[in-house]
Design a protein around this ligand. Structure first.
Ligand code: PLP
Length: 391
């Protein structure tokens, strides 16, 4: 199918990114010559332990944290589940009320649903028309038995950036523990755990040109968290399982590159995304950008194409070698429409007709133009077929 298309444009960097070649090179020795288990006491183990130790220190520095605050996990989903369940469980004697947002990734929302079935009460804050959570709605939702707030740094569908440090300050002033899912923000946003006033923060390496299957949970020193799994004593007795040495080394390298090269990457990504958005909005009638254009990740363009199905757009672009997505990758393949787009309350039907284009550091202006040209033709074809079309 699209494998035979000569020109390709990968515009699905919010789903995952291509691993940086320099990250692969940094990982290779830890799959080959330095393959020991860091928990082993012999030379092979000690060499692997030293690499994990160095990676932890490197990551901590880049996140404004100390090494004792970094716990390695298998990715964003595990970090989110652990944060929700582990922080709630450690506080259940103090209260059972948790506040989150209606637009979180399923890793948070479904962890909350599970907690609800175990007797916790969940309040989900709604976003405004710009896709942002209003800090006043958090203030109003806080109760004496609120033990935890979880609000994402940037949304995975719209790329809308939430007022995280303000939410953090509110929680801190009330003595409530605050977790943020920063999975989408890492790579292009500055993340400093202390400045953000967060107690826990989730990251996943494959979103910032690192390997898949590795992530971390930052937990501020002194903030109690129960383990999610039972097993060995790895990660200071809080996250058992044999340490993923190549993954951790790769994540540290990827984070270092992302931070050191951020200015250049952001400038390029923004240039491609802005060109694409301005062409689409000016050349294709009846479409709109979902969510704030100001408070938004530099690579994200989530656009509603009225009177067409987002999935049809996605499939037709795929035939032309252009990779985009509707909703989050985790929701793809199931018929449920976007709860994130529905929550920001645009035009009726926008939750069905929206498509996410997410640019990354390897994209070019040619990719943006190729996708805009193809989109113009495909939307016209789909609208010509659609009885709903008002063009
Ligand atoms: N949180 C957000 C906001 C995400 O976008 C994703 C992945 O799409 C996850 C969590 C899950 O991360 P992972 O794929 O590492 O499990």
């Amino acid at each position: 199918m699209s494998d035979f298309v000569a020109t390709k444009a990968y515009l699905d960097n919010a789903a995952t990114t291509r691993i940086d070649r320099r990250v692969v090179d940094a990982m290779l020795p830890y799959m080959d010559s330095i393959y020991g288990n860091p928990s082993s006491l012999h030379w092979f183990g000690r060499a692997a332990f030293a690499a994990v130790d160095a990676a932890r220190a490197e990551i901590a520095t880049r996140l404004g944290a100390s090494p004792s605050e970094i716990y390695f996990t298998s990715g964003g989903t595990e970090s989110d589940n652990w944060a929700l369940r582990g922080l709630a469980s450690a506080r259940k004697a103090e209260g059972r009320h948790i506040i989150t947002t209606a637009i979180e990734h399923p890793a948070v929302l479904n962890a909350c649903r599970a907690l609800e079935s175990e007797g916790f009460e969940i309040t989900a804050l709604h976003s405004g028309p710009d896709g942002r959570i209003e800090p006043d709605s958090l203030r109003a939702a806080i109760r004496p038995d609120t033990i935890l707030v979880s609000a994402m740094f940037a949304n995975n569908e719209t790329g809308v950036i939430q007022p995280i440090s303000e939410i953090g300050r509110i929680c801190r002033s009330k003595g409530i523990v605050f977790h943020t899912d920063a999975v989408q923000a890492a790579g292009t946003e500055r993340i400093d755990a202390r400045e953000l006033c967060v107690d826990a923060l989730s990251l996943s390496a494959h979103k910032f040109c690192g390997p898949k299957g590795v992530g971390l949970l930052y937990v501020r020193d002194g903030v109690g968290i129960a383990p999610l799994m039972r097993g060995g004593s790895q990660e200071r007795n809080l996250r058992p399982g044999t340490t993923n040495v190549p993954g951790i080394v790769g994540m540290a390298k990827a984070l270092r590159l992302a931070v050191d090269e951020r200015e250049r990457n952001v400038a390029n990504i923004r240039k491609c995304r802005d060109r694409f958005v301005s062409r689409v909005l000016s050349e294709i009638p009846n479409c709109a950008l979902n969510g704030s254009s100001e408070h938004r990740l530099c690579g994200n363009a989530n656009i509603a194409f009225r009177h067409v199905e987002g999935e049809a757009v996605m499939m037709r672009l795929d035939l032309r070698g252009i990779a985009v997505s509707t909703g989050s990758a985790c929701a793809a393949g199931n018929a449920e429409k976007s709860y994130v787009i529905r929550d920001l309350g645009g035009m009726p039907g926008d939750e069905n007709s929206s498509v996410r284009f997410s640019f990354g550091k390897d994209n070019t202006v040619e990719d943006a133009d190729y996708a805009a040209d193809a989109l113009k033709e495909e939307i016209k074809i789909l609208r010509d077929w659609s009885p709903l079309s008002q063009e």
